[in-house]
Design a protein around this ligand. Structure first.
Ligand code: LLP
Length: 426
């Protein structure tokens, strides 16, 4: 029987009536490792990366995986081995990237609130660049570097003031956001950075938001950033690299974002036209590398039909999959056995957490019974990395599938681990 693939998920398919990721039946993994369980496809991640690599063929470019999307060590290791650098946002992410074997010179450090200790750790590790987000941060970074007898390589994150047309919580390139240095202040900030003794200006960066599904905001941001580059270089400050951030969206529910290589063909055409096509280029994709490579398996605990709404209560919850509660995000939900059907009762798919916001999907047509298992789709990005222990729920286990093989890459958290740092009163 030919496998029936799920749109947007090239490595996920029903064979017979069983949902497989690559060559592995997901029900067998749920049986073996329990639920909730995150399962990722290695091929899907490498294929997503390959789209960027194709887009940059023949250019001096580096993909710095924005590891906040999914920072599990084995996934970082996979990307490090495939030639990625990393975009980090904390000292914790620095340690993770190094533990996974990242080359420190390929690490860039973003974020509006780097502490002195985080700066010092990153300087001592020898990272490639600090993406600085304010003039106050420039001063502190220069002082920290000087105290270590080092010079910090810096890029300024400029805010191009373009609308990424995405959810307000994940839009970052507009004036009212806390991110970046305002376009109008950028040249002065570059002069300031250039004059500070502990800094070495190496680049410019921008990041306009996340889950962007059109090319237009990128093209707008590119022109705005290149206008600044013209002005900065005219002032005698040379930029070795241009970093266009991350943000490319994925298909959660029929969205049609451009493919990474198609997007970059358009951006490179503009870069070439403006004479910057041979400059060193960096990108910081997160979601588009891992989002549709992962699913979260969950078991139906109870069905609770009602007059107004019927609830399908599953064992995964907002602590495992925070995106619906936080951003009203849509994740597909499909059965591990049988086929998705529109011809079934509608359910509110909810978790066991004591919050009305603990829902995973509204009005989902599912032919389900208690004990059945479901897959929550597009769960590779911003799920495990945002998971919490709310309601004293241990965090799920994670498995990476590679062809017919399945590797446990994170054991399920245990209750003693959860309570280990707590101290009872005398
Ligand atoms: N670079 C910077 C400076 C960022 O702030 C981000 C994401 C990225 C790169 C990667 O963006 P991506 O390619 O993944 O869109 N938790 C939210 C997304 C928050 C994104 C934060 N910054 C969600 O689940 O939708």
């Amino acid at each position: 029987m030919t496998p029936e693939r799920l749109p947007g998920h090239p490595h996920l398919a029903y064979r017979g009536d069983a949902l497989h990721l690559e060559e592995v039946a997901l029900d067998a993994l749920a049986e073996r490792f329990g639920t909730p369980l995150f399962v990722y496809s290695k091929a899907a991640m490498l294929q997503a990366l390959a789209a960027y690599q194709r887009g940059f063929a023949g250019r001096d470019a580096r993909v710095c995986y924005a590891m906040k999307a999914n920072s599990s060590l084995a996934i970082l290791q996979l990307f490090a081995r495939a030639g990625c650098g990393f975009d980090i946002v904390s000292g914790g992410e620095l340690q993770r990237a190094l533990a996974a074997g990242a080359d420190p010179t390929t690490i860039i450090f973003s974020g509006v609130g780097k502490t002195r200790a985080e700066m010092a750790a990153a300087l001592q590790a020898g990272i490639g660049c600090f993406n600085v987000e304010s003039e106050a941060e420039l001063e502190v970074l220069s002082a920290v570097a000087q105290s270590l007898g080092l010079r910090a390589p810096v890029s300024l994150r400029v805010n191009p003031n373009v609308d990424a047309k995405t959810h307000p919580y994940i839009s970052t390139g507009l004036k009212g956001n806390k991110f970046g240095i305002a376009h109008e202040r950028a040249l002065a900030a570059y002069r300031h950075a250039h004059a500070l003794p502990g800094l070495r200006v190496v680049g410019i960066d921008c990041h306009i938001g996340s889950q962007i599904t059109e090319a237009a905001p990128y093209l707008d941001a590119l022109e705005r950033v290149l206008d600044l580059v013209d002005a900065i270089e005219a002032a005698g400050i040379t930029l070795e690299h241009l970093d266009f951030g991350g943000g490319l969206g994925i298909d959660y529910h029929g969205e049609t974002p451009p493919a990474a290589d198609a997007l970059w063909a358009q951006l490179l055409e503009r870069l070439d036209a403006r004479g910057y096509g041979q400059r060193r280029l960096l990108v910081e994709p997160g979601r588009s590398l891992v989002g549709n490579a992962g699913v979260c398996l969950t078991e139906v605990l109870y069905l609770k039909p009602g007059e107004e709404r019927s609830f399908c209560i599953v064992d995964a919850a907002m602590n495992d999959l925070p995106r619906p509660a936080m951003y009203q995000a849509y994740h597909g939900i499909v059965p591990l056995h049988g086929r998705p059907t529109l011809d079934a009762p509608l359910w509110e798919v909810v978790g066991p957490v004591c919050e009305s916001g603990d829902w995973l999907g509204h009005d989902r047509a599912l032919a389900v019974r208690a004990g059945d298992r479901l897959a929550v789709l597009s769960a590779g990005a911003y799920c495990m990395s945002m998971a919490s222990n709310y309601n004293t729920r241990t965090r799920a286990a994670e498995v990476l599938v590679d062809g017919r093989e399945a590797h446990l890459i994170r054991r399920r958290e245990t209750l003693p681990e959860l309570m280990r740092n707590e101290v009872l009163l005398p």
